[in-house]
Design a protein around this ligand. Structure first.
Ligand code: SAM
Length: 284
């Protein structure tokens, strides 16, 4: 007998993965948490029926959400990660010796418990002394932060359920206030391909453009996400994602990566025409 995990990418499109077994399932106060084991993708973390990460392709997401902003501000010392309870983003950030402190604000402790048990290669950084883990709503946490972070990474679920508040103008405005003058915010910016994801992307972009003087978008390719074509937002008070990147200094750090590299960094900001047009519709 075959066991398959299926995610509805739209009401007409489904993505299915044959799984060897379901190794965890729990309904937390915030969402349903499932972990499957599959021969194709390894272990898979699924929240409310949506694939968050798989062992096979998580490096793509976590390298691109971390190394793009870090190569633009290698002096970043204090960092706020909102969401990210799987630990992948923190794991990549901790490879920079210059980083002095990371606050990780994850709303659901059950995600951290499950990932620590079943995905230890991804949560490896959660015991680092530079990290403080807060179980809280990122929307509320950032209300009380002023001028204290060099980088904020919004590593959230999609804009429904607990993640909905992380796509609001209030949240982005508070992130702006929480950042230092060289501050950068990178956010999970959804996708341009399917209508629902594209609408979410446009809503987020409009609100970020209204909150930040620099608001760019870059792309990456995640096989297990709807359409595979995914976007991250790069917003800043002044830093430009390409002009201010110091690739020579980044290379000197000797950080080995499997997806990110300086050429790809530059190229990832070159977007398809239809994506540029969707974004420009939301720009003044
Ligand atoms: N998409 C990522 C990836 O591909 O690796 C994983 C994202 S991480 C699992 C998303 C996390 O955001 C979840 O653990 C969820 O509990 C958390 N989250 C959702 N809404 C939140 C909120 N308002 N504040 C803090 N964390 C939140």
């Amino acid at each position: 007998m075959e066991l398959w995990f299926t995610e509805a990418h739209t009401k007409n499109v489904r993505f299915s993965v044959r799984v060897d077994q379901q190794i965890f399932t729990k309904k937390s106060d915030f969402q349903r948490i499932d972990i499957f084991d599959s021969s194709e993708f390894g272990k898979m973390l699924v929240l409310d029926g949506c694939v968050m990460l798989t062992e096979k392709d998580e490096f793509i997401y976590h390298e691109m959400i971390s190394h793009v902003p870090m190569s633009v501000n290698l002096n970043a010392k204090r960092i706020l990660v909102i969401g990210g309870g799987d630990g992948g983003t923190v794991r990549e950030l901790l490879r920079y010796p210059s980083i002095e402190h990371i606050d990780l604000v994850e709303i659901d402790e059950e995600v951290v418990i499950a990932c620590t048990k079943y995905l230890p290669n991804i949560t490896v950084g959660l015991s680092d002394p530079r990290l403080t883990l807060h179980f809280a709503d990122g929307l509320k946490f950032v209300r009380h932060c002023y001028n204290e972070y060099d980088l904020i990474i919004v590593d959230s679920t999609d804009p429904f359920g607990p993640g909905e508040g992380l796509f609001t103008k209030e949240f982005y405005g508070n992130c702006f206030k929480a950042l230092t003058d060289d501050g950068i915010m990178v956010n999970q910016h959804e996708s341009p391909f399917y209508a629902k994801d594209a609408e979410a992307m446009q809503r987020a972009h409009k609100r970020i453009v209204e909150s930040f003087p620099v608001s760019k978008v870059y792309q990456l390719h995640i096989p297990t996400y709807p359409s595979g074509h995914w976007l991250f937002g790069f917003a800043a008070k002044g830093k430009h994602p390409i002009k201010d990147a110091d690739f020579a200094a980044w290379k000197k750090l000797g950080i080995t990566t499997r997806y990110y590299n300086p050429n790809l960094h530059i190229a990832s900001f070159a977007l398809p025409t239809y994506v540029q047009e969707l974004l420009e519709e939301e720009e003044p």
